[in-house]
Design a protein around this ligand. Structure first.
Ligand code: NAP
Length: 316
């Protein structure tokens, strides 16, 4: 009998997008259009639409109407990702999860178990790990002794997330929505680390923090500080710094550039989403999953250990 699985039949993976908002339009649709390993066959969203494919109001309607779908990319806010992923896995679909992979650690653990049971691929994507200079930073740090490190992620929420209500609601993560990108890099390039102290600043009228001040230590005691700030106007910073025996490292631009002692040693154009989709195709082809929960666990730890401070109300 002919093998019809895309991973062995050499034909594109029939994929659907769920949650047609900013990131789906800015990154997922262009990355899919440019990658011959995929054919976009449908979309599901409440009001968002994708031209040229059938559109549905819910993932359940889409899965029922189009059994030929083989994979779904879940680009909606994290609070509703679990139910959608569960429905997709139950229908034997491979699943690409936008970051953060869910609203709780346990629900993503459960999805991992469900995917294993069903024999489908689950990909918890961390786009910032695919920023161009991240691997070079990892290699540099692996070859030296780190004395201390600092993570500074400071951006203007009004510029990057205007009127996104979900981001301020429970499970939306607030400033940890970008902060988890920093953690996805830090957990990839720094030794294992643990939170020892945290303060989370909650605007008086919101259920998610607008800033966070966190201290980590590694198992051997190396101090790592993290400052997240969502009210930064002017220059924006997405930097990981390390003081090491081999010099002072600055990974800046969200992982785009690496400098050692002030000299740029690695810089390339970014291609995070094309790389994420290459990785997902490889997982589908090889029948594997990739679900690293370390960044989400640190966020959970910050909420668990963090002191809560109330700051000025936030209005968009
Ligand atoms: P967004 O612009 O608010 O878009 C999310 C979309 O999800 C909305 O358009 C909404 O669709 C849809 N949606 C909500 N509930 C749904 C459900 N139950 N089923 C199907 N669709 C649903 O948010 P975003 O900025 O794209 O962010 C989405 C995710 O991507 C977040 O986890 C975020 O952290 C991640 N991300 C965002 C960025 C960025 O730069 N914005 C970058 C990287 C990753 P309707 O409009 O149809 O109601």
């Amino acid at each position: 009998m002919a093998d019809t699985r895309p991973e062995t039949a050499g034909r594109p993976i029939r994929i659907a997008i769920v949650g047609v908002g900013k990131i789906a339009r800015d990154q997922h649709l262009p990355a899919l259009a440019a990658n011959p390993a995929y054919r976009l066959v449908a979309a599901a969203s409440h009001s968002g639409r994708v031209d040229g494919v059938p559109n549905f109001g819910t993932i359940e309607e889409m899965l029922a109407a189009m059994p030929e779908i083989e994979a779904v990319s879940l680009c909606m806010p994290p609070q509703v990702r679990y139910e959608a992923a569960r429905a997709a896995i139950a229908a034997n679909k491979h699943v690409f999860l936008e970051k953060p992979p869910g609203a709780t650690v346990s629900e993503v653990e459960h999805l991992k178990a469900l995917a294993t049971r069903k024999g489908v691929s689950l990909f918890a994507s961390w786009h910032s790990r695919y920023a161009p200079a991240v691997e070079a930073a990892r290699t540099f740090l692996a070859g030296t002794r780190i004395r201390s490190a600092a993570i500074n992620w400071k951006e203007d929420v009004r510029r990057w997330h205007p009127n996104q209500e979900w981001i301020w609601q429970p499970g939306g993560l607030g400033v940890f929505d970008p902060g988890i990108n920093a953690l996805s890099i830090a957990t990839h390039i720094l030794p294992e680390m643990f939170i020892t102290q945290a303060t989370l600043d909650f605007p008086a009228n919101r259920d998610a923090p607008v800033a966070a001040h966190i201290r980590f230590r590694t198992a051997d005691g190396t101090p790592i500080g993290m400052e997240l700030d969502w009210l930064q106007t002017g220059p924006q910073s997405w930097d990981v710094l390390a003081d090491t025996d081999a010099g002072s490292m600055v990974l800046s631009g969200g992982g785009a550039r690496l400098a050692i002692d002030g000299r740029t040693v690695h810089e390339e154009p970014e291609a995070e989403y094309p790389m994420l989709y290459r990785r997902f195709a490889e997982l589908v082809r090889t029948g594997k999953s990739d679900v690293d929960l370390a960044p989400l666990r640190h966020v959970a730890d910050a909420f668990m250990l963090g002191k809560r401070s109330t700051v000025a109300a936030f209005y968009d």
